[in-house]
Design a protein around this ligand. Sequence first.
Ligand code: AMP
Length: 284
Amino acid sequence: MIRVALPNKGRLSEDLKALFDDAGLPIRGRSERSLTAPFGDGAYEALFVRAADIPEFVADGAADVGITGEDLVQESSRTLATLLDLGIGRCRLALAASVDSGWQSAADVPNGSRIATCFPRLTRRFFEQVGRQVTLVPMSGAAEIAPRLGIADLICDLVSTGSTLRVNGLRELDTVLESSARLVARQEAAGLDAVKELALALSSVLRARDQRYLMANVPKARLAEVRERLPGLNGPTLSEVLGGSTFVAMHAVVPAQQVFRTVADLQALGCQGILVTRIERLVP
Ligand code: AMP
């Protein structure tokens, strides 16, 4: 059985629940108190823990694989194999200072400045690269409040929309790290079939979310023009329409954000019966 460490709360935890459902691997039977739940016909066991503990748990062998933010993987400084960038939970670890500090970037920050952060390793490494001697003020949350309390001059914290910084009168100076959720494994677990199958299931759902399946009846005389307007993955696939000598049925996969344009183009070229559907999983 493969043990999969997952965040026990927060937005990422909710998003992962939906992702595992869509991948045909629903995780059921988890009560408020229970830390574990079997799934995938008993091939896997979910272990619900703090997102920050996941890199350690995987590295130490308490779990075989885990899903957590790249920020936490990097901060842990443990050696793990990254199997998949899920592209969800996107954020950046950023350096920020009071809007009236006058500093434009990390290079303007004077030696001796105090930086409040929940990411001391990454912050230290960043300032070593910039060549500044700073004092770290380790926090376990809500670093944004530190400058107003007078316990730090800057913060290094996660930013998503930037609204928390604005509310606290702070401005971003530099990005330390771009982050999103990653599927990580211990080196020894990375090659196991059940681990590879999990990565494939999740990636196929994520890939499918950005694509649409498009079907249309295309006038044979316009096939070449239709082909030019299809940015599709493969194909398109063509098949005969029973009793229809002037039309062929076409199937194609198109990026979701291009569906609007493609449908309008196909209709202008005389296509009929245009149908667009979601795709559940896509394995190229
Ligand atoms: P925002 O106001 O949208 O920029 O969000 C910033 C606040 O949300 C900060 O308190 C961050 O620590 C937290 N945050 C934003 N994105 C993430 C993330 N992907 N993972 C964990 N915390 C986050």
